[in-house]
Design a protein around this ligand. Sequence first.
Ligand code: IMP
Ligand code: MG
Length: 190
Amino acid sequence: MKTNDLVNKYGEMAADIGEIIISEDQIQKRIQEIADQITSDYRGKYPVMVGVLKGVLFFMSDLMLKIPIPVEMDFLAVSRYSSEARSKSFVRLLKDLDTPITNRHILFIEDVIDTGLTLNYLLKSLKEREPASLEVCVLFNKPKYRLIDIPLKYKGFDIPDRFVVGYGLDHKEKYRNLPFVGLLKAEALH
Ligand code: IMP
Ligand code: MG
């Protein structure tokens, strides 16, 4: 789509988008498929869906609205310090869960997984609390720079190793509220 058309459809933020990678329709269609799978896998189990703030907000909410069985939700918040290289980054827990999860079925929801360092750190912390089960559901997977192998039970899309924004993903806290996922123009990436 041309910039003018993007701006007419999605507003002024879309002027900074160079290319749409995954459209709003594609995202919603895939989430419905994942929701159907989760619904049949977790019927009768009353799982807790655990999300990591803030990027997971829209995915988690759209996903839950498409799952017609009882589920609980809870959130973690982390900050991730990356000094220079990906491998040198580390994670700090800013907000822990409100609910105890021992003997509960936990479905961990993430917006995007890149190196896997964030997810690995959080899964370790959840496993120590001895849940009945612990599975991962991620919307966007960037396989190229994975440092730690993490089994992804539910996966939305494999995406190329490019920095993307929209549908919860930000650049300096901006662009989260675009309903699609896109690449930023070079001039917007500073
Ligand atoms: P990991 O620890 O390398 O797997 O990084 C995952 C975290 O990095 C995600 O939770 C996001 O906050 C952030 N992230 C990774 N790729 C992108 C991107 O393309 N756009 C926005 N944030 C990203
Ligand atoms: Mg995140």
